[in-house]
Design a protein around this ligand. Sequence first.
Ligand SMILES: Nc1ncnc2c1ncn2[C@@H]1O[C@H](COP(=O)(O)OP(=O)(O)OP(=O)(O)O)[C@@H](O)[C@H]1O
Ligand SMILES: [Mg+2]
Ligand SMILES: [Zn+2]
Length: 509
Amino acid sequence: MYKVLYRAYRPEVFKEMLGQEHIVNILRNQIEKDTVNHAYLFCGTRGTGKTSAARLLAKGVNCTAEGERPCGVCENCKAIKEGNFIDIVEIDAASNNGVDNIRELRESVKYPPAKGKKRVYIVDEVHMLTKSSFNALLKTLEEPPEHVIFVLATTEPEGLPATILSRCMRMDFRRVPENTIVSGMKKICQEQKVQASEDALRLIAMNADGSVRDALTLLDQCIAGKNGTLERNDVLRSLGTVGEEVFIKMTDKVAMHDPSGGMILIEKALEEGKDPRQIMKGWMFHYRNLLLTKYMKDPADMLNMSTENIERIREQSTRLDLEEINNGIIELAGIIAESKWSAQPRILLELCMVRMAARGAKGPFADPSLSREINTNVKANQIPKKENENDKKTPETELKGGLALDKVWQCIFEDGEAKKGSFNVIRKSAALESMTSDEFIISASNGVFGVVESNREIIENLMEKHTGTRRRMKCIAKNGNCSNNDNGKEEVTASQLEDILGTDNIEIL
Ligand SMILES: Nc1ncnc2c1ncn2[C@@H]1O[C@H](COP(=O)(O)OP(=O)(O)OP(=O)(O)O)[C@@H](O)[C@H]1O
Ligand SMILES: [Mg+2]
Ligand SMILES: [Zn+2]
């Protein structure tokens, strides 16, 4: 029968414990010198070895070997491993009969151990005990008989009464470093005859967040159904997350103020079946890595990534300023929290991309009042209302939201310049003269007239992006010539904004 890895690989001797050296050293020493305490409190994150260490201690005090204890092979060690040793009592305080167990415990502590030197009570999830159980436990902790050892384990020591805390030797289990987890997994893979790439194991360790149990569970999932190999892509598939390169690209889109490009990346990842919440987390992690690389000379230890990826992140971090990185972290932390309660994490992620890419852009998004206005248009999913014929020729020098023509023009050419070099020419020799509800007039000197005209589609798109309304460009030459290209360009692709926000569930907050 197949046994899941984290059950198959419980440490049986101290040297199999990963990390936790500060605890292992003390326990080893106490067992050797026969100076073990009566009561211990093992605290710390899930899956970091509390129960395992409790069993090692129980074994150690009952091991009959001469040398290092526990030996893992003597009769007592074997019986404890199999769970057949009568003098080790494990109580799960989270289970229904926890109260009864504690009551029984008060009775049974009086009797000497049947087979071993010490009877060891391991009370797991001790913070779950009821008040009356705590009191019962406290009584026994006050005057424990010589032959008894208590090991209380909990992930929440804050939930324990001070009276209990003061009677125990407290040991805090730490998250196990990624490198240590990786080397532990390497050994297991060797024994399991799995050829695992370094990259794959690192990615698992990175996602286990210090919990060995989580790492082994993930490893199990990743190698299931595979015949003897494990690559980074297998891990990505199991994780439901995307690789570093996608996060680098997504961040690039933000930096380039290209929300639609960013949306395409998200779309692709989701199509491949990735989980939006995982993407958010991974992306935030990427921003955190950018922050680290920006500040640390040698971030390799912190990042736990392939040198290639670290180099990519470093390169990107030099192109971003601190504020951009901070904003990314803040935005993503916000939607990660929000997405816990949301049935629509995908929309949160998309909206976040738009918001991040728009931030710092010179467009209307920069002005929150205007972006809300645009949103109402899009939300209603309407083509912006045409005003009646009489108003048509009234020039609007000020747009709603207080955006002046020269400001709009500034946005257009800056945005355009990022797309196309020729915009610099337009900027110098053309100006936005006026705007009505359905057209805008650009004046251009003779020389650049053609340049402006040849960029009609881009300019119209950009105008739409920056004002929220589709208008046709009319170009007048500074010497009075007029271009009015009426060749049916009205059917140009839907606006960039509608592409981005074109779902009525979206709201810019
Ligand atoms: N420090 C460690 N070294 C080696 N293996 C570990 C370690 N911590 C956890 N494991 C692995 O994870 C499994 C579960 O560990 P254990 O039960 O000791 O964790 P725990 O800290 O008690 O977790 P919980 O808080 O959920 O009870 C073990 O069987 C083992 O495979
Ligand atoms: Mg445990
Ligand atoms: Zn032994």
